[in-house]
Write a protein that binds this ligand. Sequence first.
Ligand code: SF4
Length: 132
Amino acid sequence: MDAGKTCPSSTCTPGNSLIGIRGPDGRIKALRTPLPVTAEFAQEAARSGPPEARMRFASACQTSGCSQWTGTRCGVIDRVLHHLEAVPEVLRTDLQPCAIRATCRWFDQSGATACHGCDLVVTDLRAPMAAE
Ligand code: SF4
């Protein structure tokens, strides 16, 4: 396990970073430059419902402090890619620019395959991360 990786599916919490916004086609459009989440931004974004349903946020991967950690890896992207195997036509074939790829937990685990399905991921708040 490699510490110091970035979670690409985190919460709209002050101190985290906004890294993508869902477009009209339902896919996440990655920002070239992450924007810091402030308390004001988080409060304003929550006025229209869970921000995580419309945007993607990054933070440090919590590894064993996260309910998605299997003990050796992040279970989220494994499940996403497993489901998408059945519908390969929805996968991207190109790599869109990504500000966190160099440290991304999912890219570290699955390489470009993770990126091909990443823009279809909406953060699941039913399995909240442990308190930081
Ligand atoms: S284990 Fe948790 S914190 Fe780490 S990348 Fe996966 S969802 Fe994010």
